[in-house]
Design a protein around this ligand. Structure first.
Ligand SMILES: [Zn+2]
Length: 314
């Protein structure tokens, strides 16, 4: 199993309450996408299941857990291509938790993407949270706390998980298999911005190379060569993760927004903020409104360029 970086506070809070015998039956681990909440949940499950309650990695329980074959641990998350977690999935969680543990007397469910439960599913889970069965622990990972009903949040032990330091991000990226090519590691660390999970696409060298090209094309967004940008978009918009394209664009624009703003430049600065907002929303808008990704991205880029030029002339 991968080593865990950056969540020591959560680990110690969890093991302290485990040792004190007052462990809450439902933990809600929340924080940004890509910071390792699932790996953290696996570690917590390891503390619960391990024969010495230390997550030793060497005992029979730890080995089964690492192999994904521990009979008392159940994992569930959004199925690729599905919009949400549905009631049947939540029912399977609840019926698993209601049985008593075969190996350990405990039962653990790791529920990823908790914010993607639909209303029916959330209502079903709520009932389960009100009547926990002895020895059962639910570990939920959630990237958007606001999307979870308050009734669920209030019945869980809330644990905020923070983005990682750049040093930890680098360590996480270096232990991945296959590793990100050394020459793209700095780029990956800065793009990750504390969330190594979001840059896993750079393990594919052609994607890493394309992003590096994108970075140099948009280094000066105000003076960017539209023809070259159009060609890049045509060649890569289908393969390079949209989130990373948009994130890189936003990073190129931030410095202009951080400069002190004169009264006369106020309008163009607002224009820039609006254009930046559209650029950040572009990956989601493409999905939500079935936009054609390439033309929509080019439109964002042109808006940013216009706004930046207006700022320079005022
Ligand atoms: Zn162990």
């Amino acid at each position: 199993m991968n080593r865990l970086y950056g969540h020591d506070a959560t680990l110690s809070r969890f093991s302290e309450s485990l040792e004190a015998g007052n462990l809450h039956h439902a933990w809600l681990l929340y924080g940004m996408k890509g910071i390792g909440k699932h790996i953290l949940a696996e570690k917590l499950a390891g503390l619960l299941m391990c024969e010495s309650q230390s997550g030793c990695g060497a005992c029979h329980a730890c080995k089964m857990l690492a192999a994904g074959s521990h009979p008392d641990v159940f994992r569930l998350g959004l199925i690729e291509g599905k919009r949400d977690l549905n009631i049947e999935q939540v029912r399977s969680v609840l019926s698993f938790l209601s049985l008593s543990g075969a190996e350990s007397g405990r039962r653990v469910v790791i529920l990823d993407d908790a914010e993607r439960m639909n209303n029916q599913a959330a209502n079903a889970l709520l009932k389960g949270l009100e009547e926990p069965s002895a020895g059962s622990v639910l570990l939920m990972a959630c990237s958007d706390l606001e999307r979870l009903p308050a009734t669920i949040r209030s019945r869980c032990m809330l644990q905020q998980c923070s983005p990682l330091t750049d040093t930890d991000v680098r360590a996480v990226l270096q232990q991945q298999a296959p590793p990100i090519d050394q020459q793209y590691l700095d780029l990956a660390v800065s793009l990750a911005d504390g969330c190594p999970g979001v840059v896993s696409g750079l393990q594919d060298e052609s994607i890493a190379r394309a992003l590096q090209e994108w970075q140099s094309l948009i280094a000066d967004p105000a003076g960017a060569d539209v023809g070259k940008i159009e060609a890049w978009i045509r060649a890569h918009v289908k393969t390079v993760p949209h989130l990373l394209i948009a994130r890189m664009l936003a990073m190129a624009v931030y410095p202009a927004l951080q400069q002190p703003c004169t009264a006369s430049a106020f309008e163009s600065r607002e224009l820039l903020q609006k254009a930046l907002h559209e650029c950040i929303c572009w990956p989601g808008d493409v999905v939500r409104h079935s936009l054609r990704a390439g033309p929509a991205l080019l439109a964002c880029m042109l808006q940013l360029r216009t706004a930046l030029r207006a700022m320079k002339t005022t």
